[in-house]
Structure formats: C-alpha cells, structure tokens
Design a protein around this ligand. Structure first.
Ligand SMILES: NC(=O)c1ccc[n+]([C@@H]2O[C@H](COP(=O)([O-])OP(=O)(O)OC[C@H]3O[C@@H](n4cnc5c(N)ncnc54)[C@H](OP(=O)(O)O)[C@@H]3O)[C@@H](O)[C@H]2O)c1
Length: 369
C-alpha cells in the first residue's frame, strides 16, 4: 500500500524518495534519594495496574519489581495474555478486559502501555473509574486528545502523567542542576538524535498509520521533549522527513528556535543506526551525553578550552523506568496531582509541537481531518 499523504503547508520535498520538509575532571556519581532504584521512605505504596501487557509493559513491570513497588494487577484484551504476564511478574490480580482492570477496587494507578492511538480513550476510561494514570509516550496521538485527558483528570482531582521516563532519570536531574547553576554560560544550541533500526514490515506498529506509526511520535518525542525541557517551547519550527511505504515517517529532522534565541536540532529514525547522543552547547561549556542519552548513561561537562569540568557515571539498577513511577507516587502522596518535572500542560504543549511538525512533513492519521 502506498497512500499519498496530503500536501504539507510548506513543502520543500526531495521526491522521489517521498521526503517531506518544512521549515581537571570532577568525578560525579549518581546520588540523591531516588538513586539506584531505592524506594523512598515517603512512598505511599500506590497499587499499580498495567493495561496492555506488551513490549514496554514488560520493561516497566521489571523496573517496578526492582524498585519494590506494589504491582498488583494486569489487564489485557485476552485473559491468557494477562495470565502469562502475571505469572512472569508474580502479579496477583489478572483481568481479561481493560474495563475489568480499571474497575478493580484494589488498583490505585493504571499504567497505559498500548499503542498511542488508544491512549486517550483508555486513560479517560481509567480516570472515569477513579484511577490515576501514567500514560506511555507519546501521551496521545494529538494535542486535542492530550487536552481531553488532562481535563478529565483535573475534573476528578486525579494524576495524569506522561511516562517520559527519561526526564526522571538521575543523570537528567543532574544535567538540569548543572544548567541551572550557569556552568554552561548562555545556552546557544541543543543537538540530539533518537535512531533505531526497528522494522520495515508495513504491519509493524512503527509503520502502520492506524497504530500511530512514524518515527516522530515514537522516537522523536524524546529529543523534542528534551529541547522543551532545556530551552522551553519553540518559537519557530522547520522539519524534513522521509516517508516509508505506508506514509509513516521513517526519518525526520527538525530545527527549532527558542525564546532565548537558542536553536535545537533533532534527528529521529526507525530504520537507521545512529549514535543516540545528545549535546547541550553553551558559551562557556557543553554537556556531552553518551549513547544512549535517553536511558541511564554517562555524560561529561567540557569547558570551551577542552577542560573536563565534571564526569558523570551511571550505575542504577534496571532500565530506569522506576524513577517516573516513584515520582508519580510522590505527587499523589503530596496531593498535588501534577508533575513538577513534566507538568501536564507541558505534555499538551509538546503534543501541539508534534502536531505542527506532522503538518510540516505531511503525516496524518486515520480519522484526522
Ligand atoms: N518508554 C519506552 O521506552 C517505550 C518503548 C517502547 C514503546 N513505548 C510506547 O509504549 C506504547 C506501547 O508500545 P509497545 O511496543 O509495548 O506496543 P506493543 O507491544 O505492540 O503493544 C502493547 C499492547 O497493546 C495492545 N495492543 C497491541 N496492538 C493493539 C491493537 N492493534 N489494538 C488494540 N490493542 C493493541 C496489546 O495488549 P493486549 O494484551 O491487551 O492485547 C499489546 O500487548 C507505545 O505508545 C510506544 O510508543 C515506550
């Protein structure tokens, strides 16, 4: 199948490949109360339910277990699938439908781990049943959907949080501290890539538009969210993409300008073996985040004259997805029902940036006008 996506508003395409476009070392080891997967003493012990026991749910369940958090239930469209998952992770409550899971009185918070076109409806379903939600990235398919989830949570005084786990990792916490201290001087630029070789199968989630296929939403969300984190929202955006057989983007490059005048660039790709590194570049120094920058990793701070000012080594247990779960528990315990690391309004605004980028590269999903 080779659909023709509608023309993009500012198309500068490079057909025929179906491209689209529009405009003295200080060692430091992880520290702090959440380092090395330790459960903080203040943890209120939320009871977690997993909705959609697929690939990423397995990694998350393993990290919840690493951190000693209370994983009590799993729900799948198929009971046998939920049972297999439950046996693997020692989960006591098994549900053969999502409705059953969200109706379970012994569940406090539901982790939504299905493909992104289903996130909004499933998150709202859980919220309607009085559950907090941690929703995989991208939070939803569109900003309109994201706002609907935010509003549903606000109406009920519940937590709705994007599972942008990278922001909660200890190395990212340290990077924000370094930047806040002014070590880099004026930040002028940020560079990051998220590139993987995933699959060229048109039916694969990364390629199937009906499953939210495309490198931008699945992978590009990381560097775009990182740029938002460090530099704030964009004032202008430019993007070029290469589209695959299904019309989903397989490579997308972005340039954004930010309020301070700083520029950010990103490359995201589902069929390319890139470095997966990131750099934050200032007038006085830069931060070099090693591969794979969005997972627990090392980085260094290098002064303009080449002096290494700080080296950071990662040593946490597991994949690192437990830190966002610990943060969610803390927010609920404090009764503030929003993330200070990635507030829900920022999640919605980031989805608007992704909407704008998709308009530039000509990627639209089934059901969009
Ligand atoms: N944080 C990360 O590092 C990370 C990594 C990978 C993916 N993700 C995100 O996590 C989400 C899930 O990704 P994944 O790779 O784990 O997906 P997946 O394994 O393909 O699917 C996860 C689950 O969603 C349900 N599902 C799958 N296809 C469906 C369909 N066509 N219709 C309805 N339900 C369907 C299934 O649950 P049932 O058992 O109920 O059938 C499946 O087990 C995506 O939004 C993705 O972007 C995050």
């Amino acid at each position: 199948m080779s659909p023709s996506p509608p023309p993009s508003p500012s198309s500068r395409r490079a057909a025929p490949d179906r491209s689209r476009s529009g405009t003295a070392a200080v060692p430091h080891r992880e520290r702090g109360r959440y380092a090395r997967g330790v459960t903080p003493p203040s943890s209120p012990g939320l009871r977690w339910g997993i909705l959609g026991p697929g690939g990423i749910a397995r990694a998350f369940a393993a990290d919840l277990r690493t951190a000693g958090l209370d994983l009590v239930a799993v729900g799948s469209r198929r009971l046998d699938s939920a049972s297999t998952f439950a046996a693997e992770f020692g989960i006591p409550r098994v549900h053969g439908s999502y409705e059953e899971l969200v109706s379970d009185p012994d569940v406090d918070i539901v982790y939504i781990a299905t493909p992104h076109p289903f996130h909004a409806a499933q998150a709202i379903l859980a919220l309607e049943h009085g559950k907090h939600v941690l929703v995989e990235k991208p939070f939803t398919l569109t900003a309109t959907e994201a706002a609907a989830v935010r509003d549903a949570a606000a109406e009920r005084g519940l937590l709705a949080m994007e599972a942008m786990w990278t922001r909660y990792l200890p190395h990212m916490v340290r990077i924000r501290e370094i930047i806040a201290a002014g070590t880099l001087g004026e930040i002028r630029a940020l560079l990051a890539d998220h590139t993987q070789t995933i699959s060229s199968d048109p039916a694969h989630r990364l390629n199937a538009l009906e499953l939210g296929g495309g490198a931008l939403l699945d992978l590009g969300i990381y560097p775009i969210s990182f740029a938002w984190d460090i530099l704030g929202g964009p004032l202008s955006i430019t993007a070029s993409a290469r589209l695959g057989e299904t019309g989903a983007d397989t490579e997308v490059a972005t340039i954004m300008s930010h309020a301070s005048g700083a520029l950010s660039t990103s490359l995201s790709a589902s069929r390319s073996a890139g470095p997966n590194t990131a750099h934050v570049i200032g007038t006085d120094a830069r931060i070099e985040i090693d591969t794979v920058w969005y997972t627990p990793t090392s980085f260094r701070v290098v002064a303009a004259d080449g002096t290494v000012l700080e080296e950071y080594a990662s040593g946490i247990e597991g994949r690192g997805m437990q830190y966002q779960a610990l943060a969610a528990e803390r927010y609920v315990a404090e009764g503030r029902f929003d993330s200070d690391i990635l507030p829900i309004d920022e999640t919605v605004a980031i989805m608007e940036t992704l909407d704008d980028l998709r308009a530039l590269i000509g990627v639209r999903y089934p059901g969009e006008d």
